[in-house]
Design a protein around this ligand. Structure first.
Ligand code: MCA
Ligand code: AMP
Length: 482
C-alpha cells in the first residue's frame, strides 16, 4: 500500500513545520524522529491506547502507532469510570501511551505505560506499512442503547477520505490548519491532525477553543479553520465586538463546519460580518466523510452539506426501502453510503455491524433530501434517542442506565432539547425514589460526568411523579417537553 504519510516516510524537506500545540512545535523531521523512537516499543502489539489530551504527545503517539502498523484506541481523558472500564475491556490494549506528566486513572495505571516525549530523537528505520485493510484506529461512538461501540477504521478509509477532502477543498501542503477540537474523535484527530500530515502541510492546535485564539492563529498564517457548530456560534457571537476576529476570518482560505448542523442564523451572521461563507461537510465516525460543499463551487445555499465526495456512493432511501431518484428537494429518506471511506465493523460486535448495513450500504440513520443540483440537505435523524450536543454524539440509553444506578432515582428518561449554543442539550426527566427529597440537579450531573464523561451530563433536570408510557410500557418521549 502507498504510504499513509509520504511527508514523514519519504521526506523531501524535514525542516517543514508539521504541528504546533501552544508553544510546542515539531517539524516533519522532528515528528518522524519522536514517533520513530516509539515505534520499536509498539511493534507487535495487537492494539494500543492513547491518552488523547489535546497535545503534541497525542499526535506523536498516534503517528507512532500508525508508523508501527499497530491500531490505536484514542481515549477521552475525561472519560468516567464506567465508560473507561467498558472501553478497556472491549478493546484490550496491550499498553497505554501518555505524556510523562499525565496522571492516569486506576484502570489504566494497571497497563504497561509508554511515555511519549516529543523531544526524543532516536530515529531508526521504519517497518513496512501494513495492508490497506489493516485497522488503523478504533474510535468509540455512542448508539441509542448500551455502551459505546468501537468503530474499526482501516488504513484505506483514512487515505480515501482525506484524499477526497483534499480534492473537494484544494487542500495542499501549503495549508496551515487551525483548530481546537478534541483528539479522541474523527473530526479533531483524523481530519484535524492526520489530514494536514497526509498533505505535508501543518496544523496549529489551540489546546482550548477561544475566539481570541482563532483570531491570533488565522492572522498569524493559518489558512483553514475546522470547528463544530458550537464553536462557529461562539465566533458569530464574538464578531460584533472583535474587529481582529472579523479580519482573521475574512482572510482565511476556508472555514469548515461539521459534526452537527450549523444553524442558519450563525451562517448568516458570519457571512454578514466577514463576507465569508462557512463550508459544511457531512460525516460520521463509521463512514468518515461522505459529502462536502466544494471550495471551488459557487456558494451553496447555507444548510446544504454539498455533494458526495469522490469515491463515495450515496443514496437516499424511503421507509419502504425504495431509493429516491428525483432530486426534488422534498422527498425525505434515510442516507445510505458505501465506498472506501467506510469502517470495517464494530469491534467484537458482528451482530451490530450486520444490523448497520443493507447489503454493502451503511445505514447512517440521518434523514435528508437531495436538492435539484444533487447536493444533500440533512433534515433530521431516524433515532430520537441520539443527541448531538456541542458536536458530540450522545446516546440517551447510556445516560438513563447511569441515572438509574443513582440511589435517589426511581425512573429516568433522557431527551435532547434545542440549545442555541450546544445545538441540543441533554435533559434528564427523573422520578425520584423519594419525592420529598429528590436528588439535586448538580448531584445527578456530577454522577453522569463521573461515570461517563462531562459532555454527557444533563444540563437540565426535570422531576415528574411518573413517566408517560404507552400501553406497551414504553416511555413516550415525545410527550416530554419543557
Ligand atoms: C462541567 N465540567 C465538569 C462538570 N461540569 N466536569 C466534571 N463534572 C461536572 N459535573 C467541566 C468540563 O469538563 C469542562 O472543563 C468545563 O466544565 C466546561 O464543560 P462544557 O460546558 O461541557 O464544555 P464547553 O466548554 O461548553 O465545550 C464546548 C465545545 C465542546 C468546546 C464546543 O463541546 C467540544 O469540544 N466539542 C467538539 C465535539 C467533537 O469534536 N465532535 C466530533 C465528533 P474545562 O473547563 O476544564 O474544559 S463527530 C465526528 O467526529 C464526525 C465524524 C464528524 O462529522 O465530525
Ligand atoms: P458521530 O457519530 O459522532 O461521528 O456523528 C455523526 C453524525 O453527526 C452524523 O450521523 C450526523 O447526524 C451528524 N453530522 C455530521 N456532520 C453534520 C453536518 N454537517 N450537518 C448535520 N449533521 C452532521
Amino acid at each position: 500500500m502507498s504510504s499513509l504519510f509520504p511527508a514523514l516516510t519519504a521526506p523531501r524537506d524535514g525542516g517543514r513545520p508539521a504541528l504546533r500545540f501552544g508553544t510546542r512545535a515539531l517539524t516533519y523531521g522532528e515528528l518522524r524522529a519522536a514517533a520513530g523512537t516509539l515505534v520499536p516499543r509498539l511493534t507487535g502489539a495487537r492494539r494500543v491506547a492513547v491518552w488523547a489530551t489535546p497535545s503534541a504527545e497525542t499526535a506523536v503517539a498516534v503517528v507512532a502507532a500508525l508508523l508501527a502498523g499497530v491500531p490505536a484506541v484514542p481515549l477521552n481523558p475525561r472519560t468516567g469510570e464506567r465508560e473507561l472500564a467498558h472501553i478497556l475491556t472491549d478493546s484490550a490494549p496491550a499498553l497505554v501511551l501518555a505524556a510523562p506528566c499525565d496522571d492516569l486513572p486506576a484502570p489504566l495505571a494497571a497497563l504497561p505505560r509508554v511515555d511519549v516525549t516529543p523531544d526524543a530523537r532516536a530515529d531508526g528505520a521504519l517497518p513496512a506499512e501494513p495492508d490497506a485493510e489493516a485497522p488503523a484506529l478504533i474510535v468509540y461512538t455512542s448508539g441509542t442503547t448500551g455502551p459505546p461501540k468501537g468503530a474499526v477504521l482501516p488504513r484505506r478509509a483514512l487515505t480515501a477520505s482525506l484524499d477526497a477532502l483534499a480534492d473537494a477543498w484544494a487542500w495542499t501542503a501549503d495549508d496551515v490548519l487551525v483548530h481546537a477540537l478534541p483528539l479522541f474523535h474523527v473530526h479533531g484527530l483524523v481530519l484535524g491532525v492526520l489530514g494536514p500530515l497526509r498533505r505535508g502541510g501543518s496544523v496549529r492546535h489551540l489546546g482550548r477553543f477561544t475566539p481570541e485564539g482563532v483570531a491570533r492563529e488565522l492572522a498569524g498564517g493559518g489558512t483553514m479553520l475546522f470547528g463544530v457548530p458550537t464553536m462557529y456560534h461562539r465566533l458569530a457571537e464574538a464578531l460584533g465586538t472583535d474587529e481582529a476576529l472579523v479580519t482573521a476570518l475574512a482572510g482565511a482560505r476556508l472555514l469548515v463546519s461539521g459534526s452537527a448542523a450549523l444553524p442558519l442564523p450563525d451562517h448568516e451572521r458570519i457571512t454578514a460580518a466577514t463576507g465569508r461563507r462557512v463550508v459544511e461537510r457531512y460525516g460520521m465516525t463509521e463512514t468518515l466523510m461522505n459529502t462536502s460543499v466544494r471550495a471551488d463551487t459557487a456558494p451553496d445555499r447555507p444548510g446544504s452539506v454539498g455533494t458526495p465526495l469522490p469515491g463515495v456512493g450515496l443514496r437516499v432511501v424511503r421507509d419502504d426501502g425504495t431509493p429516491v431518484t428525483a432530486y426534488d428537494g422534498e422527498t425525505i429518506g434515510e442516507v445510505q453510503v458505501r465506498g472506501p471511506n467506510l469502517f470495517s465493523g464494530y469491534l467484537n460486535r458482528p451482530e451490530a455491524t450486520a444490523a448497520a448495513f443493507d447489503g454493502d450500504w451503511f445505514r447512517t440513520g440521518d434523514m435528508a433530501v437531495r436538492d435539484p443540483d444533487g447536493s444533500l440537505r440533512l433534515v433530521g435523524r431516524r433515532a430520537t434517542d441520539l443527541i448531538k450536543s456541542g458536536g458530540f454524539k450522545i446516546g440517551a440509553g447510556e445516560i438513563e442506565n447511569v441515572l438509574l444506578a443513582h440511589p435517589g432515582v426511581r425512573e429516568a428518561a433522557v431527551t435532547g432539547e434545542p440549545d442555541p449554543d450546544l445545538g441540543e442539550r441533554v435533559v434528564a426527566w427523573i422520578v425520584p425514589a423519594d419525592p420529598a427529597a429528590p436528588p439535586p440537579p448538580g448531584e445527578l450531573a456530577d454522577h453522569v460526568a463521573g461515570q461517563l464523561a462531562p459532555h454527557k451530563r444533563p444540563r437540565a433536570v426535570r422531576y415528574l411523579e411518573t413517566l408517560p408510557r404507552n400501553d406497551m410500557g414504553k416511555v413516550m418521549k415525545r410527550a416530554l417537553h419543557g
